[in-house]
Design a protein around this ligand. Structure first.
Ligand code: SF4
Ligand code: SF4
Length: 81
């Protein structure tokens, strides 16, 4: 029997705080993040969640970000009706 996922990861990104160091992208254990092609007002690329299904909400990205520009949490998934 296949187990259903009960939690999903939610990632919050404050684009204007980001300095484009890519640490969050490199340390994500499931490669759910990538750097956007867009620039913030400081002229840096910022991360985006390219693969939401992979994200567990572990918040490693948030722990490693030196600029408090990203954090994540787990959210219980709603049952499909
Ligand atoms: S919360 Fe964890 S799995 Fe999700 S993007 Fe951040 S490091 Fe990757
Ligand atoms: S670790 Fe922080 S500052 Fe570096 S790219 Fe990610 S969000 Fe931006």
């Amino acid at each position: 029997m296949q187990r259903k996922r009960r939690f999903e990861g939610v990632v919050m990104i404050t684009q204007e705080r980001c300095k484009g160091c890519t640490v969050c992208v490199e340390f994500c254990p499931v490669h759910a993040l990538s750097m956007s092609d867009a620039f913030n007002q400081k002229g840096y690329h910022f991360p985006e969640l390219k693969d939401p299904e992979k994200c567990s909400g572990c918040d490693l990205c948030g722990m490693y970000c030196p600029d408090f520009a990203i954090y994540a949490f787990k959210r219980e998934m709603k049952e499909a009706s």
